[in-house]
Design a protein. Sequence first.
Length: 230
Amino acid sequence: MTRVLVVEDDPQLARALVINLKARQFECLTAADGSTALRLVGEHSPDVVLLDLGLPDMDGTDVLRALRAWSRVPVLVVSARRTSDEKVAALDAGADDYITKPFSMDELLARLRAATRRTTPAATGAAGDRSLIVRTAAFTVDLLAKKVRRDGNDVRLTPTEWHLLEVLIRNRGRLVGQRQLLQEVWGPAYGTQSNYLRVYMAQLRRKLERDPSHPRHLITAPGMGYRFEN
């Protein structure tokens, strides 16, 4: 079942979208603001996002930029903004498609299907994707399949643990600051919640490191951030 995150601050429109999508066998999540949307993407890994641009806490283009720092989830902008400049800005920020309000449900569904189809080949495991498999002495990470294996067994990670690990791996060898990690994984509203990082890094080390108290791969730079080393 395709999981859709509806990011819309108009409760009536959000409710109408959810009713129509559920009637067509979509699974739905909703967010009324940008920070909640970013958090839900990290926690639930939706297959596609419907994003309004006029949100109460941040502009939708800022949501897109923050999201594109760590996620390739398809994003369909659904907005009343109609000018070419506004559409170009959203597409340049990372939107996959743009539909203006008011819209027909048939058109929206067609755009949703197209967006999810475009992501399907990424799961085929083609030969050119082998570089996305990262191996260490203790565990192996398949970024494409979103799987981690240790000692021949799959390691179960929560969505948040996975996204934290993925951000670090995509920046492997480089220090990633605490604020950047918090904003990319949890959203802009969590930029100072360093305790989140301590808890989740400890969980990742317990699951992945041979000796969690002396980690070789998930490295802390005290007071600064974290780094992934092969």
